[in-house]
Write a protein that binds this ligand. Structure first.
Ligand SMILES: Nc1ncnc2c1ncn2[C@@H]1O[C@H](COP(=O)(O)OP(=O)(O)OP(=O)(O)O)[C@@H](O)[C@H]1O
Length: 259
């Protein structure tokens, strides 16, 4: 968070679906190692914003500049489709709520992790298998399960495998969409703990979308509160949650956290 250059510079980002607003006028900077949580009720524009930020949905207006490892600052929507896909593969991670959307269910756990390394140029079988095993362990998946398919894993294990698959390429920026959404409360708590440790140890920058204020309290440094596509409040997570200024944030906090 002390680095001089933002990793992501977001300016006036707006996405319209016909007459409907997806998100409107969103501006913020994300610094290396920083986790920004995006909260708001259903339909407030969180997914639209995440998709625009991760080069998956072209905005109607505004810009997203990403400071890439390989080429320095790039305006995402001036890039070709192939260049955007390369960024997603090589410099970013994307953790989806449903692990089935982020895994290949027909191949083994090891292959799920290993193929991501191959996508960025790794070729040596022993090395790929070794690193895949290492990342499974980092995510508390028993090395003995390396040849098993994800379909034989529990929901929590599938989610941890999805995270291993994303982290193996050492991304600089990870997008997470409700990463603990579909899990039991006790499984959620352990996964959150694990994620918190990894984010800290690896110095990951993240954009974390969730409707769960407990998740952002634990993981994010800063918070954007969205209502009807607009950011109505942003600030340090503890400040926003403990002393919300905007009536909508106050309502959100009081309806979820016990007072
Ligand atoms: N493909 C689409 N076509 C038309 N309108 C859309 C489309 N996707 C989203 N919207 C609209 O954009 C607004 C924001 O939706 P979005 O899915 O981004 O909200 P969200 O905060 O992610 O909601 P949820 O928490 O339920 O996923 C809503 O009014 C929604 O109806």
């Amino acid at each position: 968070m002390t680095a001089a250059n933002p990793l992501l510079q977001v300016q006036g980002l707006t996405k319209r679906y016909g007459d409907r607003i997806g998100c409107a006028g969103v501006s913020f900077d994300l610094y290396p190692g920083e986790v920004i949580g995006v909260v708001g009720e259903s339909g407030s524009g969180k997914t639209t914003l995440l998709n625009c930020l991760s080069a998956q949905l072209e905005p109607s207006e505004g810009s997203v500049i990403y400071d890439s490892r390989s080429k320095g600052p790039l305006e995402l929507y001036s890039l070709s489709e192939a260049e955007r896909r390369l960024l997603l593969r090589s410099e970013w991670g994307m953790v989806r709520q449903n692990p089935r959307d982020g895994l290949r269910m027909g191949v083994s756990a090891g292959a799920n992790v290993g193929e991501r390394m191959m996508a960025v140029g790794a070729r040596h079988y022993g090395e790929i298998r070794g690193r895949a095993g290492h990342w499974l362990q980092q995510l508390e998946i028993d090395a003995e399960r390396i040849d098993d398919r994800p379909a034989t894993f529990s929901g929590g294990m599938q989610q941890r495998l999805q995270i291993a698959r994303n982290l193996v390429t050492e991304p600089r920026l990870v997008f997470m969409d409700e990463p603990t959404g579909g899990l039991d409360v006790s499984v959620q708590a352990r996964l959150l703990d694990l994620l918190r440790g990894l984010v800290r140890d690896l110095g990951l920058a993240c954009i974390l979308v969730t409707h769960d204020l407990g998740v952002v309290r634990l993981l994010s440094h800063r918070l954007l509160v969205m209502q009807k596509g607009r950011v109505v409040e942003q600030g340090l997570t503890d400040q926003v949650l403990d002393d919300p200024q905007h009536p909508y944030s106050q309502m959100l906090v009081s309806s979820i956290l016990p007072v």
